[in-house]
Design a protein around this ligand. Structure first.
Ligand code: AMP
Length: 270
């Protein structure tokens, strides 16, 4: 595995981007990331992984500071996976050039965009920069961050003529979606997160039985979740998979959730 830390080096090293798959990450490599890498390796002859904890997508400085980082361990994991290139850019390199700024319209300010002001603007900003640098036509991203995939497809896919290959959420045996942020939770809170996931899977399964989801009162479930698990739920909503609109249950839909547990914000969808 070749470790690359500058744009200059990257351009020298990778001449043919045509057959390279790109897996952007913020590190803390886990089985979720590994599944994206495997998907890329299956489809493409080379794979590049980036590790960049992007400051502009954190709406709280404290969250950025405490975001788990362990580059040494990540390098070992990625080497084992036979990743071809690992790109670890510096903040200055990513932000030293001028690039498009993205502004979300009102209709996009739903789910996490409503609760994390500026978060997706930061995500689009960094993804636009990374895609300008790494000219891959195939990106591999997780459905765990469903809204992220939705917005990147909407704002960047066409611009770069790139495909966003979405990969299913990888969970632990007790149903918690793998996430680097889970490292910030102790056993007690992880157990709670597992119970919450199981509770939500039940709601989702139940919802499949109804013809109109209006029969299912999510605000009651939201209250129940908050009380039972002593958490603050930002949102609990059924949304259309294609356009993320509310209450369009003719098409495939998902149950989206974001909640704060012991001051750590977790998101998931089922
Ligand atoms: P992150 O390092 O958290 O920014 O995530 C990097 C990529 O890994 C994103 O495309 C995420 O959606 C994806 N990812 C994170 N967790 C999971 C998971 N549990 N299953 C599948 N993909 C994931």
């Amino acid at each position: 595995m070749k470790i690359i830390t500058s744009i200059f080096e990257l351009n020298k090293e990778i001449k043919d981007y045509k057959n390279i798959g790109f897996v952007p990450t913020m590190g803390g490599i886990h089985m979720g990331h590994k599944s994206l890498i495997k998907a890329s390796q299956k489809k493409k002859s080379k794979t590049i992984v980036s590790i960049f904890v992007n400051p502009t997508q954190f709406n709280k400085k404290s969250d950025y500071k405490k975001y788990p980082r362990n580059i040494k361990k990540d390098i070992i994991s990625l080497k084992k996976l036979n990743v071809d290139y690992l790109f670890i850019p510096k903040i200055n390199d990513i932000y030293k050039f001028k690039a498009t700024r993205f502004v979300l319209k009102k209709k996009d300010k739903i789910l996490c965009a409503k609760f994390r002001t500026g978060h997706f603007e930061g995500v689009l900003n960094v993804m636009n920069r990374l895609m300008l640098i790494i000219k891959s036509k195939d990106l591999f991203m997780g459905e765990k961050d469903f809204q992220q995939i939705f917005l990147i497809r909407k704002f960047l896919s066409k611009k770069f003529n790139a495909r966003i290959n979405s990969c299913p959420t990888i969970r632990t045996a007790n149903k918690i979606a793998l996430s680097t942020r889970n490292k910030l939770l102790n056993k007690k809170f992880l157990q709670k997160a597992s119970q919450i996931a199981k509770f939500l899977i039940k709601i989702k399964n139940k919802s499949e039985l109804y013809s109109t989801k209006s029969n299912l009162n999510l605000s009651d479930f939201k209250k129940e979740l908050e009380k039972k698990f002593e958490i603050k739920v930002d949102y609990l909503e059924f949304r259309d998979e294609k356009n993320l609109k509310l209450n369009n249950f003719k098409n495939k839909f998902r149950l989206f959730v974001a909640y704060n547990i012991n001051k750590i914000r977790l998101i998931d969808n089922f």
